[in-house]
Structure formats: C-alpha cells, structure tokens
Design a protein around this ligand. Structure first.
Ligand SMILES: NC(=O)c1ccc[n+]([C@@H]2O[C@H](COP(=O)([O-])OP(=O)(O)OC[C@H]3O[C@@H](n4cnc5c(N)ncnc54)[C@H](O)[C@@H]3O)[C@@H](O)[C@H]2O)c1
Length: 267
C-alpha cells in the first residue's frame, strides 16, 4: 500500500513554519485537503498559499492552541470547508527555556502555560475532532511530542513533563476510541533544525544534542512530516497508540557512547 491521502481532509496545528508546515506540505502533496492553523495568521496564510500555488488544496487560518474555543472553531471551519475531517495533527507546542528550567525555580504561571500549550491543546483537539471523525467513519490523530518526554533533563521540566503526559494521553485515546475506527499515535522528534529550535536553543546545547546523533546529518522538519503523513494514511491502518522516535538514533544510544567513540579514535 502506498502513502496516499487523496479524499482525506486534515487539520494541522502550528503549521506556519517548522514541523507543522512540512507536515501540511507533505500531506497536501499526497492528495489531502489541508487546513493549516497557527497563531501567526500572516505566516499560516502564506504557508497555505504556497501549497496552493504548488497545486495542493490548502487553507490557512488563525488559531490559538492555548484556547479551547479557538481550536474548536478551527476544527469546525475545517470540516465546513472540506466537508469532513479525517486527520488531526496536534503539532503546536514548545517552551521558553529561559523560564522553563528546574523545578524549584518554576513559577506556577510558567508551569500552567507550558501544560496548556503542550498538553491541554492536544486534549482539546482530540475532544472536538473525534466526534467529527466518527461522523465520517473514523480518522487518524498524530500528536507531536518530544524525545524530552522519554528522559530526564537538567532543564525544561515543565515541557518534558507535559510532553510525557501527551504521550500517555495518546495511548488512552487509542484505547478509548479505537473501536470507533479512530487511531491515535505520537511522534517523538529528537533535535529537528526548525526556526524555533535554532532560535531558542543556545549553540552549545545544540552541539551537545547533535553529539549523540548516530547519523551523518541533522533532523529536518520533513523527517517528521513524512511520518505524520504515513501515520495518517490507510497504510498505517493497523498502527494505534504507538510512540515513534524520529531522532537519528540519538535516543537509543548509550549515554557514554559518543565520548567512547572519541576515546577510541573513531571520529
Ligand atoms: N524542533 C525540534 O527540535 C523539536 C523537538 C522535539 C519536539 N518538537 C515539537 O515539535 C512541534 C513543532 O515544533 P517546531 O520546532 O516546528 O516549532 P516552530 O516554532 O518552528 O513552529 C511552531 C509553530 O507553532 C506556532 N505557534 C506558537 N504558539 C502557538 C499557539 N499558541 N497556537 C498555535 N500556534 C502556535 C508558531 O507560530 C509556529 O509557526 C512542537 O510541539 C515542539 O515541541 C520540536
């Protein structure tokens, strides 16, 4: 079976740039009608216009993923525009490492903000998308989480915890609505060279993160978009409740291996 999305309608959050934009572009290229949503209205409209100019079917709409009513309005608009909803890519998320660092210094405001953006948004997306999908016979949800959900780190405790909650939530949705033909899977990206990652992460942190990569190149937004399109397609029709790492193998590498490699003179 090939990865074909013709006849399907998708909504993607955080789609003005980075991973969400790549996911939208790839899904549209496989034939899906795509609603791109983002807090950056000008950016998301430009991203949708570029897809349309390339021959795809896309609309861009302003949406704030921290606001349930805004997510619901975007899902309703998507369904109204395309007549159905088959795919939801809950992708919007992120954190401010300057405020989201270690537990004892964390303000409650930052904690709540990060959870609203990275976890509540996914709950609201699922809550309002699933009835629309069931009405059309089923659907596929893809949640962008993070490798940070699977480890412990010296910074970003709220982000890592919220992404871990989202990974767990993915399994619960898969179990609770699988019998209605709703599949829900999560992608855990490692470092992906998106505008946001390059902007918020200091160069020395990027260097430390890329040191554990097993492959000779860094992650690209398209690496995540390709998997999102696959998971959304009928080719993945028997995959439900899974968390898949896309990280160049950095997550499975022994903590000491990159240093060992240097010591062994393997380059
Ligand atoms: N880039 C990485 O290395 C990496 C690694 C692991 C996980 N992730 C996750 O991937 C997802 C996408 O990240 P990215 O790197 O592409 O980021 P990005 O900043 O490049 O893109 C994120 C998009 O979300 C939009 N956005 C910001 N606030 C929003 C809001 N309140 N409502 C709606 N949209 C909003 C931004 O305008 C932007 O277009 C996030 O969930 C992030 O946590 C990224």
């Amino acid at each position: 079976m090939t990865i074909e999305l013709t006849g399907k309608a998708a909504m993607i959050t955080g789609a003005a740039q980075g991973i969400g934009e790549a996911s939208a572009r790839i899904m549209a290229g496989r034939g899906a009608a795509v609603m791109l949503t983002d807090i950056n209205e000008a950016g998301v409209k430009a991203a949708a216009a570029a897809i349309t100019a390339a021959g795809g079917r896309a609309i861009g709409m302003a949406m704030d993923a921290r606001d349930e009513a805004s997510i619901r309005a975007a899902l309703d608009a998507s369904c109204a525009a395309f007549g159905r909803l088959d795919i939801l890519h809950n992708n919007a998320g992120g954190t401010d490492p300057a405020r989201d660092a270690q537990a004892l210094e964390m303000t409650n405001e930052t904690w709540r903000e990060v959870f609203a953006f990275n976890m509540d948004s996914i709950h609201w997306g699922c809550k309002h998308a699933i009835p629309l999908m069931i009405a059309g016979g089923g659907g596929a949800i893809v949640n962008t989480v993070s490798g940070a959900a699977l480890v412990g780190m010296s910074n970003q405790i709220a982000y890592g915890s919220a992404k871990a909650a989202a990974a767990s939530y993915t399994r619960y949705i898969a179990v609770q609505y699988g019998h209605k033909n709703i599949r829900c899977n999560a992608i855990a990206p490692g470092l992906i060279m998106t505008p946001n990652a390059l902007e918020v992460l200091p160069a020395n942190i990027v260097k430390a993160l890329t040191k554990h990569n097993t492959l000779p190149r860094n992650g690209r937004p398209e690496d995540i978009g390709e998997l999102a399109a696959f998971l959304a397609s009928d080719a993945a029709g028997y995959i439900n409740g899974q968390l898949i790492r896309v990280d160049g193998g950095s997550g499975i590498r022994s903590a000491h291996d990159a240093d060992n490699r240097d010591i062994m003179g393997l380059g």
